[in-house]
Design a protein around this ligand. Sequence first.
Ligand code: ADP
Ligand code: MG
Length: 240
Amino acid sequence: MIQVTDLHKSFGNTDVLKGINCGIDPSEVVCVIGPSGSGKSTFLRCLNLLESITAGEVVVDGRSLADPATDINHVRAEVGMVFQQFNLFPHKKVIENLMLAPVKIRKISEKEARERCLTLLEKVGLADKADQYPQQLSGGQQQRVAIARALAMEPKMMLFDEPTSALDPELVGEVLAVMKQLANEGMTMFVVTHEMGFAREVGDRVLFMDDGMIVEEGIPEKIFSDPQLERTQEFLNKIL
Ligand code: ADP
Ligand code: MG
């Protein structure tokens, strides 16, 4: 689904990504862990061209992102993204938040969009909140709306950048439950997270990033129980 080859990203003279190689198979759930500033968010943002690529190649569903012939909007429509901050439109109702992109970009009718989006709200357990505004919802509910909004574009894969880091602890579980359900349905997912329980239970593979590179990767059991590198061990000791 995604093939990344020797990806480099610099901001001015600062090299942030220093040669990333990685592939994601359809229906795979890949969790990314690593210290703050190691380049996790930048990596994720390169996958749907929220950041330009300095060097290397990223191929998403057969399309090379650096190829001028690639329609960036098409790629973005296929790759849903959920951020730490929910980024909902505050002046729009929940249902309108979901309907906006399908109507404007996918050009489906308001009526069909409304029906589909209501189904998605049901899926994340928020059908009764359709006509509320984001501020009337808890953080966990807002993040579930953000996930439903991303799904409304019927993406082929979903990127999550620390989706539960801004939430009060008691609200984390409801968001992880929605993500787990998505994974069980076969969604391809790339998840930056500090939720090691989630990574262990739902992840097929864990990537440990440090200083702009993937320095260790493997199945969760291996990374968490028997990390090969000292810096992986040090990081895990700090957060577990
Ligand atoms: P992480 O998500 O792992 O915490 P980031 O990808 O956010 O790491 O950041 C990696 C490094 O890139 C940091 O040193 C950060 O300061 C730098 N960085 C990120 N975005 C920008 C930007 N737009 N301009 C300059 N530097 C940036
Ligand atoms: Mg980050």
